[in-house]
Design a protein around this ligand. Structure first.
Ligand SMILES: [Cu+2]
Length: 119
């Protein structure tokens, strides 16, 4: 009898839809030191959606998920992703701020977007 391959594939696909893998200098829980706070609010939006940060400096962002669904925070241009942030969870992401406009996004909900403005 053949194994239920289709079911196994479906399970893998479903898992991929509901989680993302950490990438880059990221962590779970609150920041140890100074950090720029970002909230994911109940409207599934990043607040603030525009971050004005000093280009070339290393900055830690602290992302708090105040929504009831899981989200993540990804800056694809610098290969950064917090991985899944569960409801009520907090994650950090540390990056060297690029000059100019750099988009960030929740990879689960592409409509959840914002930008880092490095100047
Ligand atoms: Cu999201």
């Amino acid at each position: 009898m053949r194994p239920p391959l289709a079911l196994a594939l479906l399970a893998v696909l479903l898992a991929a839809c509901s989680s993302s893998q950490p990438q880059g200098d990221v962590g779970t829980g609150p920041a140890d030191g100074a950090a720029v706070a970002i909230a994911i609010d109940a409207e599934r939006a990043f607040a603030p959606a525009t971050l004005s940060l000093p280009a070339g400096e290393t900055v830690t962002l602290e992302i708090t998920n105040a929504d009831g669904d899981a989200h993540d925070f990804a800056v694809e241009a610098v290969a950064l992703n917090t991985g899944t942030i569960q409801p009520g969870g907090v994650a950090t992401a540390t990056l060297t701020v690029p000059a100019g406009t750099t988009p960030f996004v929740c990879t689960f909900h592409p409509e959840m977007r914002g930008t880092i403005e490095g100047a």
